[in-house]
Design a protein around this ligand. Structure first.
Ligand SMILES: [Zn+2]
Length: 304
């Protein structure tokens, strides 16, 4: 009799325990996962779809991504068509009503930010930057100002899906904002104002705008479009005129054009981390900005 009661108690506990406590957050990019963890804390399980060494512009859908999307309570993504190659098919194939367009679990982080449309090299504002930046520059994750907005947007989105834990998300947001304001003080001494660089891709425009340096030319002719010989020549002349000594690039873009320009001009090819996890020791979004500023100031690249 006693044993039977015990068995019933165990069965009751098993059945009454929630199958899975907390929210499943699927983030396309590592930095999005990093901020989601800060804001969601122990209420969220975060799954990141894109590997930290991948070029976010060229990702293909995999079956494991569809499985993850099927279980997602929230899908958080960069937007501005950065995920155009795989996200629409993923959302549709998931048949998950919670993350369909317009649902509370559909979190396009670009909704929260101020998008740069123009060309940092010329100051021109236009939408003809090329095929892979059709809606403006999508690499806003290197903007502390925009990340503050994204963090708030995430806290609101999590609260909308899980109103019972709103206080917790808001407390995590406040902690994130405190950390960010401390870091901003530290970063304000980066001393990059007036610096002039050339970059492979239009990847560092937000950072340049907020830290006061200039990208005076790009090795790519347009985003996603490899350069012609004439364009490379122009860039090298520009570098000479402006005394540029550093070419900024990312781990997946150290191509032969960059090496060629580096060899011909004597400028250093500087490889910067583009996302969380892309280099050893870059473990969260704060670490990402820390490392980029450190390298731009002349420190060493990889390793801690
Ligand atoms: Zn891009």
């Amino acid at each position: 009799m006693k044993r039977r009661v015990l068995l019933w108690m165990i069965l009751f506990l098993l059945l009454s325990a929630p199958a899975s406590a907390g929210l499943n957050v699927v983030a396309t990019l590592p930095w999005i996962g990093s901020i989601a963890r800060e804001i969601g804390g122990d209420r969220v399980r975060v799954r990141v779809l894109v590997r930290p060494t991948q070029d976010a512009h060229y990702v293909e859908a995999r079956p494991s991504m569809i499985l993850a999307a099927r279980r997602a309570d929230l899908l958080m993504y960069n937007g501005l068509d950065l995920e155009a190659g795989y996200l629409p098919v993923l959302v549709e194939s998931s048949r998950n009503p919670r993350i369909q367009p317009g649902m509370p679990g559909d979190v396009d982080c670009s909704r929260f930010v101020e998008v740069l449309q123009g060309d940092a090299a010329t100051g021109r504002a236009d939408r003809s930057m090329g095929d892979i930046h059709p809606l403006g520059n999508p690499h806003y994750h290197l903007s502390p100002k925009n990340i503050a907005r994204v963090a708030r947007g995430m806290a609101d989105s999590l609260s909308a899906v899980d109103p019972g834990n709103r206080d917790l998300y808001m407390a995590n947001l406040a902690a994130f904002e405190r950390k960010l304001s401390q870091k901003l003080k530290q970063w304000s001494g980066a001393g990059l104002e007036g610096g002039r660089f050339v970059a492979y891709h239009r990847f560092f425009e937000y950072l340049a705008a907020e830290f006061g340096f200039h990208i005076v030319g790009y090795i790519e002719e347009k985003p996603g479009i490899p350069p012609s010989a004439a364009h490379i020549q122009e860039v090298m002349e520009r570098m000479k005129e402006d005394g540029v000594t550093k070419i900024l690039t990312t781990v997946y873009q150290v191509g032969r054009e960059g090496r060629y320009v580096s060899e011909r001009t004597g400028a250093e090819l500087v490889v910067l981390p583009h996302d969380v996890g892309s280099m050893k020791g870059v473990d969260d979004w704060f670490g990402l900005i820390d490392r980029i500023l450190e390298v731009l100031k002349g420190g060493t690249g990889g390793g801690r």
